[in-house]
Write a protein that binds this ligand. Structure first.
Ligand SMILES: Cc1ncc(COP(=O)(O)O)c(C=O)c1O
Length: 475
């Protein structure tokens, strides 16, 4: 029986399972028989299979996996789409490997995910960092503007690729993306987009447009973040006249396991199907669920809800409390948010197909109880956005590979002007490097770091907050 006929890989697994196979193959748990995991997990292990007859091969797909990836490509209107079993992390690595050569200049958003920084180090590309705009509404770093891309292209005419992040973790969209793509393409520069938080944009026009639709060349999406795929399961799409799908496939087979998890891949096939079958009625149900939740939360005293560009994300604030304090109180009631910062907690809503009023009322009830016991913690008075304007674009003096070979020393921040940062210096929040590894430290940087230290800001990276020393390169 073809119960899962629109999900080729899920169907192939089901067909295999229905034959009641005797396993003399890997994996060693033998369909869960030798596993001591909780019963529910053990049951799923009958589908934790490997490259057996009828189950295709992720790295040379010709059967069920090819069919599933082709369906994915049709849905997202790409030339070729790939299943990823190591998150957007491996997608970002493969995207850069397929596009740049050692020494190439690459435009990078300063608030990129660490996998992008790792990809730059591994490929030996030279970053040109662009500072994101600050978003007052959400009090978070946003995306880079067309203006700053244009300025960077003028200053660094040899740029070979641009890698940008949109949406941000908080659901902010790069509203200039279409024009940025046009400008970069007119200079034959491919645009790579980390769309880890935007795999669901395709399901309804009420969500922002996907970067693929706006002309980006390569787009990575963590299907597991916003679609119903398992953790790590992600997509990579290619539609480019600059970068070939085969080149991406070449690096993916180097970077990904030769034993990719069939559970993860089946969950990607299922997530694609979920997105493809998401109807207007489903969206209406989601909207009702979301409106009820927002209304219910806004009716609670001292609670403020901030909406972002992505309807799946909500920021919730409790007047007079930090986001950390609110998160703690919510967890005591069994409500777990995605993250907290000084100002707010971030909720990632479920992309439901049917509403559930009872469940919504229950959540509001728990939220009210959390507000009764939230402990007062004063919000910081630091303006965390000041430093974002120090320079709109800058490049490094030494690449990460060169830095690894160099000696370093710790010196007082007052003496650091003119030296090169040995590692990133990151005020937290917002968690965006004020200085990246290999950047020259200016007078403005040292003044800004001292101001932030005096204001009590916390830091991560190559800075000792007690001694006020920073790690620099011995040139
Ligand atoms: C913007 C961004 N890109 C990439 C990643 C990495 O994604 P994954 O966890 O799917 O490897 C994350 C993870 O949080 C992210 O926020």
């Amino acid at each position: 029986m073809m119960k899962y006929q629109d999900r080729p890989l899920v169907q192939a697994l089901e067909n295999f399972h229905n034959r009641k196979p005797v396993s003399f193959h890997v994996p060693g748990h033998k369909g869960g028989a030798l596993s001591d995991l909780p019963a529910a997990v053990r049951q799923a292990l009958v589908y934790d299979l490997t490259e057996l007859t009828g189950l295709d091969d992720l790295h040379e797909p010709t059967g069920a996996i090819k069919e599933a990836e082709d369906k994915l490509a049709r849905l997202y209107e790409s030339e070729r789409s790939f299943f990823l079993v190591n998150g957007s992390t491996v997608g970002n690595l493969a995207m850069l490997y397929a596009t740049v050569q050692p020494g190439d200049l690459v435009i990078v958003q300063r608030n990129a995910h660490k996998s992008i920084f790792n990809a730059l180090e591994l490929t030996g590309a030279n970053p040109v960092f662009l500072s994101p705009d600050w978003d007052e509404q959400t009090q978070t770093a946003g995306t880079v503007s067309l203006k700053s891309v244009n300025e960077a292209l003028k200053q660094y005419p040899n740029v070979k690729a641009a890698v940008l992040t949109t949406p941000t973790y908080y659901g902010l969209i790069n509203k200039d993306l279409k024009q940025i793509v046009e400008v970069c393409h007119s200079h034959s520069i491919p645009i790579l987009i980390d769309e880890a938080h935007g795999a669901h944009f395709i399901v309804n026009d009420a969500f922002p447009k996907s970067a693929l639709e706006l002309g980006a060349d390569l787009v990575v999406q963590s299907a597991h973040k916003t679609l119903p795929a398992m953790t790590m399961a992600s997509f990579l799409h290619v539609r480019s006249k600059f970068v070939k799908g085969e080149r991406v496939a070449h690096f993916l087979q180097m970077l990904q396991s030769s034993s990719p998890s069939y559970l993860l891949m089946a969950s990607l096939d299922d997530a694609r199907y979920y997105a493809e079958t998401y109807s207007e009625d489903h969206y209406k149900s989601f909207q009702i669920y979301r409106n009820n939740l927002i209304q219910g939360l806004c009716n609670i005293e001292c609670v403020e809800v901030v909406e972002t560009d992505d309807k799946l994300k909500l920021l919730i604030r409790a007047t007079g409390h930090t986001g950390y304090a609110l998160q703690e109180a919510l967890e005591q009631q069994g409500i777990y948010s995605e993250l907290a910062d000084v100002y707010q907690v971030l909720f990632v809503l479920p992309l439901v197909k049917t509403g559930d009023e009872e469940r919504c009322a229950d959540i509001i009830g728990k939220f009210k109880r959390a507000m009764d016991c939230v402990t007062v913690k004063k919000a910081t008075s630091i303006r965390v956005n000041n430093f974002l304007s120090i320079s709109s674009s800058s490049s490094v003096v030494y690449t990460a590979t060169q830095l690894h070979m160099m000696d370093t020393e710790w010196i007082h921040i007052q003496l650091a002007t003119g030296k090169v940062a040995a590692d990133a210096i990151i005020p937290y929040p917002p968690g965006i490097p004020l200085l990246c590894a290999g950047e020259r430290i200016s007078q403005e940087h040292t003044e800004q770091i001292q101001d932030l230290l005096m204001a009590g800001c916390r830091f991560q990276g190559a800075i000792n907050m007690e001694t006020k020393k920073v790690k620099v390169v011995l040139e």
